[in-house]
Design a protein around this ligand. Structure first.
Ligand SMILES: Nc1ncnc2c1ncn2[C@@H]1O[C@H](COP(=O)(O)OP(=O)(O)OP(=O)(O)O)[C@@H](O)[C@H]1O
Length: 320
């Protein structure tokens, strides 16, 4: 759906982006990950022509975007800016309805859509008449997302969408973001420098350094098949937590010994990750939880069984 072919961009003597190429599939969430200044934002802004490349091609739905009017192109692409970027003198309803107004939506349609959307994003209706400074950072972030989603664009570009938030608010908004049905049918390109966030939200991660792509792959690819030392070292500090988050119950299933089970309890699903299972075990007094695999078989496991199975899975999947 989105394709970049050998795209480059320089600002004076700084080569911000060097001949990068990648494809983003329909309904995929591709996360651009890398240290500050590696060219993530420049890459993102070239996709909606806020920045024009020096060379290369960007194709969206089989059409080179340089042949499209930038204003019209941008109306079909939701954009969540770094640092939220709400208009301070517009109230929240006015902030969200900027693009519907440009598209000449009637007021009733806009109002209805805004009411639906803020409900989905857990914002109170009372905030619509308020101004951005009267909202918390987390609420402002949700308004930024509502503004990007209001016209239901097929593509969403997000630049550090949770960057302005404290860790607790960030984790809860990330979880909501993952669960939001509205986002599951969108093609998303998201920028972050936060490895945990990238691994939590990405279908595939595009790891960048100094304007170049180092590796593109699933979180599992990056963890277990890093292409070089840079890719390996980039994840090293947080490797264990990341592994807990990418390895699913299904992955470790065959390494788990079976235990006596009671089926009254609702089991954790096969697609849940080992991290979720550990958190659940920690939260229950008996120290055991029931889990199921993709064939709906059920096992009851404790912390030790789970970590042993995880270690055996890891051992068998190391390519070092
Ligand atoms: N408008 C500009 N004028 C001059 N240099 C720029 C401009 N925009 C970006 N750069 C430079 O291009 C390089 C890449 O910047 P970019 O903002 O794309 O990086 P980034 O990976 O998004 O970083 P961050 O996470 O800090 O936002 C940096 O060296 C930056 O200083």
């Amino acid at each position: 759906m989105i394709e970049l072919k050998s795209v480059s961009k320089s600002f004076g003597n700084t080569q911000a982006v060097k001949q990068i190429s990648f494809k983003v599939n329909e309904k995929e969430n591709l996360v651009l990950l890398g240290t500050s200044g590696c060219g993530k934002t420049t890459t993102l802004k070239m996709i909606n022509r806020l920045i024009e490349p020096d060379s290369g091609e960007i194709i969206i739905n089989d059409e080179d975007i340089t042949n499209q009017n930038p204003e019209i192109l941008r109306r079909g692409i939701g954009y969540v800016m770094q640092n939220i970027g709400l208009f301070p003198h517009y109230n929240i309803a006015e902030n969200i309805s900027v693009v519907p107004k440009l598209l000449k939506w009637d007021k009733e349609k806009t109002d209805q859509r805004i009411i639906d959307l803020i409900k989905k994003l857990h914002l109170p209706a009372s905030c619509l008449k308020m101004f951005p400074h009267e909202l918390s950072g987390g609420q402002q972030q949700r308004v930024g997302l509502a503004r990007a989603l209001v016209t239901d664009p097929a593509i969403l570009l997000m630049d550090e969408p949770f960057g302005a938030l404290d860790n607790v608010t960030r984790a809860s908004i990330q979880a909501e973001f993952k669960a939001l049905e509205e986002l599951k049918r969108k093609t998303i390109v998201m920028v972050t420098h936060d490895v945990q966030e990238a691994f939590e939200l990405a279908d595939r991660v595009c790891l960048m350094d100094q304007g170049e792509i180092i590796q593109i792959g699933t979180p599992k690819d990056l963890l277990y098949n890093p292409i070089n030392d840079f890719a390996r070292k980039f994840l090293d500090g947080q490797r264990l937590t990341l592994e807990f988050k990418v390895v699913t119950i299904d992955d470790v299933w065959s390494y788990l010994s079976s235990d006596k089970i009671s089926t009254e309890e609702k089991p954790l699903l096969s697609s849940s990750n080992v991290w979720d299972a550990m958190e659940k075990i920690r939260s229950v007094s008996k120290g055991k939880v029931q889990i199921s695999n993709q064939h709906n078989e059920i096992k009851s496991v404790d912390f030790q069984q789970l970590t042993q199975a995880f270690n055996r899975y890891k051992y068998n999947n190391r390519h070092e």
